[in-house]
Design a protein around this ligand. Structure first.
Ligand code: FE2
Ligand code: FE2
Length: 145
C-alpha cells in the first residue's frame, strides 16, 4: 500500500472517530438540554443522529474497501453547562467537520477516487445543513451573534 493511500485511510479513521463523537454528542445533549427551549433543541439534536450514523457507516465501509481497518476510537465529546454552550459546541464540531471533509475531498482527488469525492461532497452538504440549522437557532438565542 502506498503512503498516500495509507495517510488517507488514517485521516478517514479520524473522520470516523469524529462521526461517532457526533452521535454521542447529539444523544447526550438531547437528553441533557434543559430550560424553555428544551423541546426545540432536543428535536434538533435528535434529528441529526441518523445522518451522523450514516456517515459513520459509510466511512467504516470505505475504509475496509481501501483495505484499512475501521477505528474503534471515539472523539471526546465536550461538556456543556447550558443549552447555549451545547449549540456552540455543535456549531464548532460541524464547522470543523465541513473543513475536514473539504480537505479529504482534495486528497480523494489526488488518489483519483471519484466516488469518494462525490460521497464526501454529499456529506459536506449534510454537515452544512446541520451547521446552518444550528446557526439559525443561535441567532435567535443570543442577539449579539
Ligand atoms: Fe457527520
Ligand atoms: Fe453533522
Amino acid at each position: 500500500m502506498n503512503t498516500q493511500l495509507k495517510d488517507l485511510i488514517e485521516k478517514l479513521n479520524q473522520d470516523l472517530a469524529a462521526e461517532y463523537q457526533a452521535v454521542i454528542m447529539y444523544n447526550t445533549y438531547a437528553a441533557g438540554v434543559l430550560g424553555e427551549h428544551r423541546q426545540q433543541l432536543r428535536e434538533l439534536f435528535l434529528q441529526e443522529i441518523p445522518d451522523e450514523m450514516e456517515h459513520a457507516k459509510y466511512l467504516a465501509d470505505k475504509i475496509v474497501a481501501l483495505e484499512g481497518n475501521p477505528t474503534l476510537s471515539i472523539g471526546k465529546v465536550p461538556k456543556a453547562e447550558n443549552d447555549c454552550e451545547m449549540l456552540e459546541n455543535v456549531l464548532k464540531a460541524e464547522a470543523e467537520t465541513i473543513q475536514r471533509y473539504g480537505q479529504r475531498r482534495l486528497e480523494a482527488e489526488e488518489i483519483g477516487d471519484l466516488a469518494l469525492m462525490n460521497d464526501l461532497e454529499e456529506m459536506i452538504s449534510d454537515e452544512t445543513r446541520h451547521k446552518e440549522e444550528c446557526e439559525k437557532i443561535l441567532r435567535g438565542f443570543i442577539p449579539k451573534i
